[in-house]
Design a protein around this ligand. Structure first.
Ligand SMILES: NC(=O)c1ccc[n+]([C@@H]2O[C@H](COP(=O)([O-])OP(=O)(O)OC[C@H]3O[C@@H](n4cnc5c(N)ncnc54)[C@H](OP(=O)(O)O)[C@@H]3O)[C@@H](O)[C@H]2O)c1
Length: 242
């Protein structure tokens, strides 16, 4: 069975978990990478209960050795590099730039920028010699527009987008489909429900992006035939003004 890696899996109600479920339904073995083993095990169990297969691989995506070990694990278990990789880790925290510490700013870049570089490099090194595949990055409105109080996050997401675009130009012709997804709105998931419940009430369920809808879009990207590849796709609820 071919493998799919999802980097940045946490809550059951998150994009990472939804994408892993979708990829498993598509017949791939899902390797779930995130910081919290219990969360990964819960997602793996859910995929198993739906008839899919998944393996939890606790991974800090900002650690070069851990990212290498993740890809090695896939090759050991499936006999080949992954066919599909999603880089989904994110760490948005709104804060006024005047109050932001050096460590907070750098932390933002470490997850969205440096982590995207590590995973993108590892994917290209291994997938291109194996005939390619799909490499998707989850972006945000902030990937293309910086505004307070999201300046640190926007600078980090812009870095991630630049990595995706550069990788697409270098490795697309060698069979690696690189895509960057701009999530232009609030995701109806664990993050918003637990941190900003008032926003959920204000927007209403159909004013936010569904995690399963996002996951379906990712699977569509993976299914595209090579003469019609998408590099950038933006998704927003029909109600969103933009
Ligand atoms: N939520 C939104 O409204 C929204 C809007 C636009 C774009 N996005 C983007 O969409 C993506 C998914 O967001 P989501 O809110 O649905 O979250 P999610 O998919 O549930 O989870 C993202 C996961 O990234 C993990 N992560 C953070 N730092 C990591 C690290 N160093 N190593 C490994 N994993 C790490 C977090 O792990 P822990 O669980 O351990 O913290 C979190 O669970 C993110 O890229 C985000 O920027 C989100």
């Amino acid at each position: 069975m071919e493998g799919a890696i999802v980097i940045g899996v946490g809550a059951l109600e998150g994009v990472g978990a939804a994408a892993a479920r979708r990829f498993a339904r598509g017949g791939l073995h899902a390797f779930l990478a995130g910081r919290t083993a219990e969360k990964l095990e819960a997602v793996a169990a859910q995929i198993g209960s739906e008839g899919g297969s998944a393996t939890a691989v606790p991974t800090d995506c900002t650690e070069p050795g851990a990212v290498t070990a993740l890809f090695e694990r896939v090759e050991k278990d499936t006999g080949a590099p992954p066919r599909l990789v999603l880089y989904n880790a994110g760490n948005n925290f709104p804060k006024d730039i005047l109050e932001m510490t050096d460590d907070e700013f750098e932390g933002s870049w470490r997850v969205c920028g440096f982590g995207a570089f590590l995973s993108g490099r590892e994917a290209a090194r291994r997938m291109v010699p194996n005939g390619g595949g799909t490499l998707i990055f989850t972006g945000a409105t902030a990937s293309v527009r910086s505004r307070p109080p999201f300046i640190a996050f926007a600078s980090a997401k812009a870095a991630e987008r630049a990595i995706a675009h550069g990788l697409a130009r270098q490795f697309g012709p060698k069979g690696l489909h690189v895509a960057h997804l701009i999530i232009d709105g609030v995701i109806l998931g664990d993050q918003i429900k637990s941190r900003f419940p008032a926003v959920v009430d204000h927007l209403g369920e159909d004013g936010m992006l569904s995690t399963d809808g996002i996951a379906d879009a990712m699977w569509m990207l993976h299914q595209q035939e090579p003469t019609t590849w998408t590099l950038e796709l933006d998704l927003r609820p029909y109600k969103e003004t933009f």
